[in-house]
Design a protein around this ligand. Structure first.
Ligand code: CMC
Length: 393
């Protein structure tokens, strides 16, 4: 191929150097800035993890308070931005609303965005991390036809998200601490995953010098697909389609059949050829949350566990090293928290935002950074002359 390598899907192309996230796919290891995901999921908070991803080190007490305060103070969105939601049809997918409205943030902050200035970059990072839940919750309220709920400074990041999703003017809403902790943990688990499709998209868009909100909106668009962040929604749709435990073997056979487009959603990963460490954590949390919320005998959890058990004992999945990934059990938790399926990918987007923005900053600070511009193998027609319309038959 001369001076470039043909690598469809970039499975063997390193496109950047990064200090942010380490994955060992064979061993099932995931580290954010060197810290194991298991320790962060157990002991940290999403806000602290966001600080870590952005700044490279864990904050001390004062730095964390300051960061938390800054994020809290940026949660409001401009009232005219909120009005955008009225323009969406009532059955618009929340990812469609999120992608559009996040992109439009650049219309509100254009005068303070200078991508060459580190302070302006960090200000944009704080704004986007703070405003994602507000925009996401607005898309949720629009979807369910309820009035928007403003952010409350007295609540935690995740408590505030829950409040904006579920509070109604007609009744008291009390945040369930089990739900708050589980959701915070899910956000931590989604916070970064090195050069996945949406993060690469953010880097690629960002490499042109576009503004951070446009870059993050492109990440949302890439995340939406069922092979990426849309898989959590697809898993629950798949479980509904399978219906009952006795149907599992039939669907396993369908997943193995190359003439059948059906795939086991929430299974397989480009990098993990071992159990996805995030799935191990989520699986445990899933049992705990369902127990605490009193839905211990969730038939879909039972179905998911049976599916996993049969798949992991099947040569097809063993030989190809296909294990449950992060999306396999997350949807069951979201559903137990009362979140509709269409909204799952939006939660993934909120979680991935600190990763996207940290990678965007890292890319801009990299002295080797150039515009992302892959090459291609041209397979089309050779040179030919234009035929005027009246002479074509
Ligand atoms: N069900 C059945 N067969 C599968 C599956 C699956 N879920 N995943 C991969 N395979 C087979 C595939 O057909 C291929 O078989 P063969 O070698 O005989 O042609 C082999 O395994 C390798 O798969 P691939 O498609 O070449 O792998 P990839 O790295 O291009 O794709 C993936 C990775 C995640 C897109 C894919 O495994 C998949 O579509 N999984 C289901 C969707 C999903 O759960 N996505 C979430 C990914 S994790 C969270 C995230 O990043 O958003």
């Amino acid at each position: 191929l001369g001076y470039f390598t043909y690598d469809p899907g970039y499975s063997s192309t390193g496109c950047c150097q990064s200090d942010i996230t380490f994955i060992d796919g064979d061993q099932g290891v995931l580290l954010y800035r060197g810290y194991p995901i298991e320790q962060l999921a157990e002991q940290s908070s999403f806000v602290e993890v966001s600080y870590l991803l952005l700044n490279g080190e864990l904050p001390d007490k004062r730095q964390l308070e300051q960061f938390d305060d800054t994020i809290t103070r940026h949660t409001l969105v401009n009232e005219s931005l909120r009005i955008f939601f009225n323009g969406f049809h009532h059955d618009a997918h929340p990812m469609a609303m999120l992608t559009g409205v996040v992109g439009s943030l650049s219309a509100f902050y254009h005068d303070t965005i200078d991508i060459n200035d580190p302070e302006s970059r960090m200000l944009s990072a704080h704004r986007i991390i703070a405003k994602m839940p507000t925009i996401a919750a607005a898309s949720f309220k629009h979807m369910v036809g309820e009035p928007f709920v403003h952010p409350q400074n007295r609540l935690s990041y995740t408590g505030n998200l829950l409040n904006m999703l579920f509070a109604r003017p007609s009744e008291e809403y009390e945040i369930n601490p089990v739900a708050e902790k589980a959701l915070d943990q899910l956000l931590i688990l989604h916070a970064d995953h090195e050069q996945n499709a949406s993060t690469s998209t953010v880097r690629m868009a960002g490499s042109t010098g576009t503004n951070p909100f446009a870059a993050i909106a492109s990440g949302c668009a890439a995340l939406w697909g069922p092979a990426h962040g849309g898989a959590n929604e697809a898993v629950l749709n798949m479980l509904s389609e399978i219906g009952t435990v006795d149907q599992v073997p039939r669907f396993i056979e369908k997943a193995k059949d190359k003439n059948d487009p059906f795939r086991l959603m929430g299974f397989g990963h480009r990098v993990y050829k071992n159990y996805d460490p995030r799935a191990t954590i989520i699986r445990k949390t899933c049992h705990e949350v369902l127990d605490e919320l009193g839905v211990a005998n969730d038939p879909q959890l039972e179905l998911a566990m049976k599916l996993e058990e049969i798949a992991l004992a099947d040569d097809y999945f063993v030989e190809r090293k296909l294990y449950p990934n992060v999306d396999f059990y997350s949807g069951i938790i979201y559903r137990a928290l009362g979140i509709p399926t269409e909204f799952f990918t939006v939660l993934f987007a909120i979680g991935r935002t600190p990763g996207w923005i940290a990678q965007w900053i890292e890319m801009l600070e990299d002295p080797e950074q150039r515009i992302s511009r892959p090459r291609q193998l041209y397979t089309g027609a050779a040179r030919r002359d234009y035929t005027p319309l009246h002479r074509r038959n």
